[in-house]
Write a protein that binds this ligand. Structure first.
Ligand SMILES: NC(=O)c1ccc[n+]([C@@H]2O[C@H](COP(=O)([O-])OP(=O)(O)OC[C@H]3O[C@@H](n4cnc5c(N)ncnc54)[C@H](O)[C@@H]3O)[C@@H](O)[C@H]2O)c1
Ligand SMILES: [Zn+2]
Length: 357
């Protein structure tokens, strides 16, 4: 079993990664935690495949276990669903020694983490991420949140899980589009920090049924996230590099009201286009954007900017929450694996982006 330990100022926890890990979840949990009462939070899609199996793992190992099944999708990441969960936790007599188990993608992970961080002023939770995006990104780093009507992730905090359990086998049931979505973040890790990973993804196509390869990819990505998060737990500086491709990506997602492009697709377009821009300014070596374009195609991801008014996208970029008085820090790669921050003053952002959009 692969194991990564995340060591932060006040907490540390382990990420366990292994093909088939779900089959020994109960005993693994028992070895690591004292909680007797467990509440699994999942969504209807994930429940269909893994709900019974995970429940059984806990009950067979003597835990008093409840399961809450929510509707899948981003809409469940809300205060009203959180309130519904609080109600059920009260009914189950959950106390501060109990444990929540987030079984699902990033939606379930963020929501369950948020509930754990607030219920009884904080109870413990573990993550069992089941989408690729959750396995390589959202389950690690402690950001928990719910959405408001006014915007995504507006209410939340930093609240780390007690452990993360990752089984790559579950990716076999993930819809293709969601797999590609996660691959976009995997490619991002290669772009910012790991040329070897980038080349491996380029030379061998990663697919869910190649579990051993997926296990290595997930391990590599979690290790990169570990290093970045340990350096900048509260997202005040270095952690920004994880947003490579995200400024343009978010703007595209937002422009289409989060309906046409998924997060990973937005990021894919963002990574390619920011590279074209930085190449044209001599900040990036010449063939990098083309290497990115080619790898995105291999993983069924888009790369071209949508055919919309430039000004609209610019407007969305300027209203991005990361635009500060001091301008905008663009995350640029000099070459594959070599990332740096490049500050552009507010008044120059339009000019900086204009060449290629
Ligand atoms: N906390 C963080 O640091 C962080 C980072 C990135 C993204 N996020 C958040 O993550 C969320 C997106 O996560 P996501 O892409 O995992 O979305 P998601 O949780 O909605 O999962 C995507 C879809 O796949 C289904 N699914 C998940 N695992 C499955 C499996 N193994 N088999 C079959 N179906 C499965 C889900 O039911 C859902 O329909 C967003 O809310 C975003 O804000 C958080
Ligand atoms: Zn992302």
């Amino acid at each position: 079993m692969k194991n990564i330990s995340i060591n932060l100022k006040d907490v540390s926890y382990n990420i366990f990664i292994e093909e088939g890990l779900l089959n020994k979840l109960g005993s693994l949990f028992k070895q690591n935690f004292k909680s007797k009462k467990v509440v699994i939070v999942t969504d209807d899609n994930v429940n269909k495949y893994y709900g019974d199996k995970v429940l059984e793992q806990f009950t067979l190992n003597g835990f008093d276990t409840h399961k809450i099944v929510l509707k899948h999708g981003e809409k469940s990441k809300s205060l009203s669903v959180a309130e519904q969960i609080y109600g059920e936790l009260v009914e189950f007599n959950i106390n501060r020694d109990s444990m929540l188990v987030a079984l699902g993608g990033g939606v379930i992970g963020d929501l369950t983490g948020f509930v754990a961080s607030t219920f009884l002023r904080g109870i413990k939770y573990v993550q069992i991420p089941t989408s690729l995006l959750a396995q390589v990104d959202s389950s690690v780093g402690g950001k928990v949140a719910v959405n408001l009507n006014q915007g995504k992730n507006l209410v939340g905090s930093f609240y780390h899980p007690s452990a993360v359990f990752i089984d790559p086998i579950v990716l076999n049931t993930l819809e293709k589009r969601f797999f590609s979505d996660g691959m976009s973040e995997v490619i991002k890790y290669g772009c910012i920090k790991d040329e070897v990973l980038f080349n491996r993804l380029d030379n061998n196509i990663a697919t869910p049924d190649n579990e051993k390869f997926m296990e290595e990819i997930i391990y590599t990505c979690c290790n990169i996230k570990k290093m970045v998060v340990e350096k900048d737990e509260k997202d005040l500086g270095d952690r920004m590099i994880l947003n490579f491709g995200h400024t343009i990506g978010h703007a595209i997602e937002k422009y289409y009201n989060f309906s046409n492009y998924s997060h990973g697709e937005g990021v894919a377009i963002g990574m390619y286009n920011i590279c074209k821009i930085s190449e044209s300014k001599g900040l990036t070596i010449k063939d990098v954007s083309d290497r990115i374009r080619k790898i995105l195609i291999k993983y069924n991801l888009p790369y071209d900017m949508p055919n919309v008014e430039q000004d609209e996208i610019l407007k969305a970029i300027k209203t991005d929450k990361k635009t500060m008085d001091k301008g905008l820090n663009f995350i640029i790669i000099e070459d594959i694996g070599k990332v740096f921050l490049h500050n552009v003053k507010s008044e120059d952002i339009e000019q900086f982006l204009k060449m290629n959009l």
